[in-house]
Design a protein around this ligand. Structure first.
Ligand SMILES: NC(=O)c1ccc[n+]([C@@H]2O[C@H](COP(=O)([O-])OP(=O)(O)OC[C@H]3O[C@@H](n4cnc5c(N)ncnc54)[C@H](OP(=O)(O)O)[C@@H]3O)[C@@H](O)[C@H]2O)c1
Length: 318
């Protein structure tokens, strides 16, 4: 397994991160039991994955705790999260008090069966929540950090709505967070212009979400996503095969599939550290590890992607 330095945390973690949320939630979204989800965590650890991302809201923290049991805790880098409001992140109102926020952290620690997490995030912060998060919750996170319950402070965006990364663009220059989770994929590479220059400048660790999601997991879903980009005027229909917009990628020598290409695309982006993969399937996990460890896409394919999707910024490919 390749290792990467996670920005100023100075931690060395696996370049492949196990994402325990998303549409699959380690298979629990399709009815897998906690024990079956834990088997996927064990498989990931056996394959050398040391970065594991979960959240209070995913319902997978117990499974992660189960999967980690008996492993060397210090060899793993565990990431979890709490919303900043009682309602879903995007609503903005009804903020958690610092005490409620810390109660969430404590509950996560109990479910995970550990007395510290390596990374605790403010989960899905929208631009209108940022001031509250910075003024009220970050100081509380610092107190919990001093108490030894979390090692590093993270923040994740609501990529489905904030497809141009306005929250992170505003937050990053403050230099308060150690790591951010950012949406990035070949149908919306806008973080290349807005986020990565800042994370590189401030030496902030990056976790890539939405590498595949739904928009890239089948030809039909990609066609639907690209149709939206065409309607928005962000992709020129004359530049692609509208029925199968990524056919040229699959025809590229050495590219095994559209999904493989999507993970490779993210892995080799300058500024990208950990590429998260979210799956409920043991076979998909193996394929995705191989994809993330594969070499960069050939330059010709990368150039074509830049020419077609380089200005795309208004969909997340959710
Ligand atoms: N704001 C936030 O904080 C936030 C938001 C979203 C996600 N996240 C984090 O980011 C992680 C990654 O995002 P994601 O879960 O959406 O992951 P992803 O890796 O971009 O996409 C996963 C989707 O693609 C499918 N898939 C994966 N590998 C496949 C393969 N080899 N063949 C066919 N289908 C495949 C999965 O279904 P199968 O189960 O069938 O494989 C799943 O539906 C999440 O798990 C979570 O930890 C955070």
């Amino acid at each position: 397994m390749d290792q990467v330095r996670l920005g100023r945390t100075d931690a060395r973690v696996s370049v492949v991160g196990l994402g325990c949320g998303g549409h699959s939630r380690l298979g629990m979204a399709r009815g897998a039991t906690s024990a079956q989800a834990a088997d996927l965590v064990k498989q990931a650890i056996d394959r050398g994955i040391t970065f594991i991302d979960t959240a209070m809201s995913y319902g997978t923290e117990e499974a992660v705790g189960l999967g980690m049991r008996g492993r060397d805790r210090t060899s793993l880098f565990l990431s979890t999260k709490s919303w900043v409001s009682n309602a879903r992140a995007e609503t903005g109102a009804d903020y958690l008090t610092p005490a409620e926020f810390t109660a969430n952290l404590d509950a996560s620690l109990r479910r995970l069966g550990t007395d510290y997490v390596d990374l605790f995030h403010l989960h899905g912060v929208s631009l209108d929540q940022l001031d509250y998060a910075r003024e009220e919750l970050l100081p509380e996170m610092k107190r919990q950090q001093a108490a030894g319950k979390l090692r590093f402070i993270g923040m994740t965006e609501v990529f489905r709505q904030d497809t141009e990364h306005r929250m992170l663009e505003t937050a990053l220059p403050h230099g308060e967070v150690d790591v951010v989770m950012v949406g990035f994929n070949l149908l919306n590479p806008s973080a290349r212009k807005t986020v990565f220059p800042l994370t590189i400048k401030y030496d902030i660790g990056t976790l890539i979400m939405f590498a595949v999601r739904r928009g890239l997991n089948s030809v039909e879903n990609t066609r639907e996503a690209v149709d939206k980009l065409i309607a928005l005027g962000e992709v020129n229909p004359a530049a692609i095969n509208p029925r199968d917009p990524l056919d040229f990628l699959r025809a590229t020598p050495g590219v095994r599939s559209q999904i493989e290409a999507a993970y490779r695309f993210c892995r080799h982006e300058p500024g990208a550290h950990v590429v998260l993969t979210g799956t409920g399937s043991a076979a998909h996990l193996e394929e995705n590890i191989a994809a993330i460890l594969a070499p960069p896409l050939p330059e010709e394919a990368q150039a074509k992607l830049r020419a077609i999707f380089g200005d795309a910024r208004s969909i997340s490919a959710d």
